[in-house]
Write a protein that binds this ligand. Structure first.
Ligand code: ADP
Ligand code: ADP
Length: 234
C-alpha cells in the first residue's frame, strides 16, 4: 500500500537570480508502507533538499510530495509543524537530545508536546525500552552515555509517536563502524515490525542495510534498486 508519492518534484534555490541552483530535477517515486529506502549520493547531490521536502521543512518549486493523501506542499507553516509532530519521526547524525532532560524525558518529549496522558506515555515507552535495550541508561542523562547509546535514545524518541514514516539523516555518521552496525540492525528490526523508513546517507555500507536504494546525482535519481530483505549483516 502506497504511503508517499513524489510527483515530478523540482527544487530551485534562489530562482530567478543569477545564483539559481537547480537542486532537484523531476524527481518521481513512490514508497509503500513497510518499505525501507535509502537515498544515497555524494555531497551536493540533493539528498538534504529531498529529505527536507519530505519532512515538510521546505517546499518544492514545482511538483508534489504526497504523504497519506496529504499534499505536503499545501500545508501552512503551522499545519506543517503539527503534521510533522504527529506523523513523522526524525533521527539525526548528532542525536539532537536535550542535555537538561533525562533520557526518559527526552523520549517522552514529543508526547508531552502532543499532550499525551502520562499513563499512555508509560505504556508506550515499555516496549521501546526492551527492543532498543536501553533499560540500564533510561534514567541517566545524554551527556552521561556513549554516542551509540544516545542514538538509541533518539530512535526511541522518534518512534514513541508511532510515526507513519521514520526519517533518518546520516544516522550513523558520528558512530564507529561496530556501533553503526548495531544501530543499523535496530533499524532493520523496526522495519521488520512494519516501520516505514527513509534514510539519507553518502555511505554504500550504510545503504546496504535498506531494502531499496535510490541513487541521486545532480538532483536526479539515476538508479532505483530493490534488493528486498537481504540486508548485509556481519
Ligand atoms: P546533499 O545533501 O546531497 O549534500 P543538498 O541538498 O544539500 O545536497 O544540496 C544540493 C544542491 O543545492 C547543492 O548544489 C547545494 O549547494 C545547493 N543548496 C542546498 N541548500 C541551499 C540553499 N539553502 N541555498 C542555495 N543553494 C542550496
Ligand atoms: P516545532 O518547533 O513547531 O516543533 P520544528 O520545525 O522545530 O517545529 O520541529 C518539528 C520537527 O521537525 C521535530 O521533530 C524536529 O526534530 C524536526 N526538525 C527540526 N529541524 C529539522 C531539520 N533541520 N531537519 C530535519 N528535521 C528537523
Amino acid at each position: 500500500m502506497k504511503l508517499l508519492s513524489l510527483n515530478k518534484l523540482a527544487k530551485i534555490y534562489d530562482e530567478n537570480t543569477k545564483n539559481a541552483v537547480s537542486a532537484l530535477k523531476n524527481i518521481t517515486f513512490e514508497v509503500n508502507r513497510g518499505d525501507y529506502v535509502s537515498i544515497m549520493g555524494e555531497s551536493g547531490a540533493g539528498k538534504s533538499t529531498l529529505l527536507d521536502i519530505i519532512a515538510t521543512l521546505d517546499k518544492p518549486t514545482s511538483g508534489q510530495s504526497i504523504l497519506n493523501n496529504q499534499d505536503l506542499g499545501k500545508l501552512s507553516k503551522n499545519d506543517a509543524a503539527k503534521y510533522r509532530r504527529k506523523n513523522l519521526g526524525f533521527v539525526f547524525q548528532n542525536f539532537n537530545l536535550l542535555d537538561s532532560l533525562s533520557n526518559r524525558d527526552n523520549i517522552y518529549l514529543p508526547l508531552v508536546l502532543n499532550r499525551t496522558p502520562v499513563s499512555e506515555m508509560e505504556h508506550r515507552i515499555e516496549p521501546l525500552i526492551k527492543s532498543l535495550n536501553i533499560e540500564k541508561i533510561i534514567d541517566r542523562y545524554p551527556s552521561d552515555i556513549s554516542g551509540g547509546q544516545q542514538q538509541r535514545i533518539a530512535i526511541a524518541r522518534a518512534l514513541i509517536t508511532q510515526p507513519d514514516l521514520l526519517l533518518a539523516d546520516e544516522p550513523t555518521g558520528s558512530l564507529d563502524s561496530n556501533t553503526s552496525k548495531q544501530i543499523l540492525n535496530l533499524f532493520n528490526e523496526e522495519n521488520q515490525k512494519g516501520q516505514t523508513i527513509i534514510m539519507v546517507t553518502h555511505s554504500s555500507a550504510t545503504a546496504s542495510y535498506s531494502k531499496r536504494t535510490l541513487f541521486i546525482k545532480d538532483g536526479k535519481i539515476y538508479h532505483d534498486i530493490y534488493r528486498g530483505d537481504l540486508s548485509l549483516e556481519d
